[in-house]
Write a protein that binds this ligand. Structure first.
Ligand code: PLZ
Length: 453
């Protein structure tokens, strides 16, 4: 329900009115002024999707500077999983910021860093001895996983997959599959990266083990398994379009790694921290990686990432071989500890599974009503996507994605896209969104589809 009265919030967090409310043209006058300033001051390479500048956020809404309240179906790309400006996180951040904001853990350490590592070692899959390091961004975590894997195995080759996304730094661009917009013109890229076919049940018919066999046979023939340091995979491809590999694919890769002395690295930067209804997505397949990279949902938006893995692997790197000025910033660590506490106290894993049920049912209804343009509904927990096709074919249909997104934004529902072919809409609500708001969002999404097909 779109309401028309204006309101003036004074803070973000769950206390914000949980309503969808568009009170101006979009962009509103204040956002339009900011957009003009952005054009003059910010590099064009950054082009925000939402035509609204945010002033407050919390629960399931984003409120802009003109008082428009959007339903948040993106969580800042799977980051504010426990809800924007969660009160426990805010209190922990305030307390830590008032105590000290930075000392650099490498030179003057503090407890928060150790506590986050302890929590990660406890929460990540596998009951083997584990250790962690903290970094700032997802890409930095993936880069560090590669460094550690190369030192431990004394090998250089790294295997990644079609549709993979691992970051925008030089090494992680090389690991990322999609050229536009991530790689175009930015080469040369790092070497010793090898890309293998991905199990994509909507687009290939092989079973999980069959597809893994195709990939590992190619690794044997083209690289030699004994030369491979690590196989890096997102248990569910994120930017690639929420591709859930066929059952048994990850398990077969795990077995191949074990047999060949290769480290399996699960990039759980998008899938991690409860997003899929388990702490980590590889748990759905019973797969235990050797190293796991995390970021995004770990600290409710404060910049923090990590590599967690087998203690003997992590400890193979020489003293002072890993680090960084800001890595494991104390304020970000405090936010992470509060976010983890919120997860555990509020049983947000169960909430993610509930959101999956609601979203999949609503999407199945829209699929049935829209004449074959929604080819696939997939994902786990509060990480669900739909892949759009030309009616009753598998031909990608990116055109309808643009129309649906524009319609939704106009009506106050913020959704984002993904996919190698740009034909995927993904739904990543914060786990604290109310059922009422979630259903309101899907009422609008349905209208958007009916108006666009
Ligand atoms: N690995 C699996 O999803 C980040 C990218 C947004 P950073 N995904 C969002 C964009 O267009 O830049 C991501 C991911 C996976 C690594 C990363 C990289 O994480 O924190 O963005 O560096």
């Amino acid at each position: 329900m779109t309401e028309t009265t204006t309101f003036t919030p004074t803070a973000g967090g769950p206390g914000l009115p949980q309503v969808r409310r568009i009170v101006t043209e979009l962009p509103g006058p204040k956002s339009a002024a900011l957009m003009a300033r952005r054009d003059a001051a910010v590099a064009n390479a950054l082009s925000p999707g939402l035509p609204a500048y945010i002033e407050y956020a919390g629960g399931g809404v984003l409120v802009d500077v003109d008082g428009n309240s959007f339903i948040d179906m993106a969580s800042g790309i799977a980051v504010t999983t426990v809800g924007n400006a969660d009160p426990r996180v805010v209190a922990a951040v305030q307390k830590q910021a008032a105590a000290f904001t930075h000392t650099c853990f490498m030179i003057a350490p503090y407890e928060g860093y150790v506590q986050v590592c302890e929590a990660l070692n406890r929460l990540t899959p596998g009951d083997h001895a584990k250790k962690s390091i903290l970094l700032n961004s997802g890409a930095e975590a993936v880069e560090n996983a590669v460094k550690i894997a190369r030192v431990y195995t004394k090998r250089q080759a790294i295997v990644v997959f079609e549709h993979a996304y691992h970051g925008r730094t030089n090494l992680t661009m090389a690991l990322t599959a999609k050229n536009m917009p991530y790689k175009e013109g930015f080469g040369p890229f790092a070497g010793e990266i090898h890309r293998m076919p991905m199990s994509y049940p909507f687009r290939n018919s092989e079973s999980g083990p069959e597809m893994a066999d195709i990939a590992t046979t190619r690794i044997d023939k083209e690289i030699g398994g004994h030369n491979v340091a690590a196989i890096i995979i997102e248990p569910i491809m994120g930017e690639g379009g929420f591709i859930v590999p066929a059952p048994g694919f990850l398990k077969a890769l795990r077995d191949y790694c074990t047999a060949n002395g290769i480290l399996l690295v699960a990039d759980e930067i998008q899938t991690g921290f409860g997003r899929t209804g388990a702490w980590f997505a590889c748990e759905h397949e019973g797969v235990v990686p050797d190293l796991i990279t995390t970021a995004k949902g770990i600290a409710d938006g404060m910049p923090l990432s990590a590599v967690t893995g087998r203690a003997e692997v992590m400890d193979s790197v020489h003293k002072s071989g890993l680090g960084g000025t800001y890595s494991g910033n104390p304020v970000a660590c405090a936010a992470a500890l509060a976010a983890i506490e919120t997860f555990e106290k509020d049983d947000l894993l169960a909430r993610a599974r509930h959101i999956e049920t609601v979203m999949k049912a609503r999407l199945a209804d829209i699929q049935a009503a829209t004449g074959g343009v929604i080819g696939d509904i997939r994902g786990r927990g509060a990480m669900i996507a739909i892949e759009m096709v030309q009616p009753d074919s598998k031909e990608p249909n990116a055109g309808i994605v643009g129309k649906v997104v524009a319609h939704c934004v106009k009506q106050g529902v913020f959704i984002i896209t993904a996919g190698t072919y740009g034909n995927v809409i993904r739904f990543l609500p914060p786990l604290v969104i109310s059922d009422q708001l979630l259903n309101d969002a899907f009422d609008v999404i349905k209208e958007a589809f009916l108006a666009s097909v």
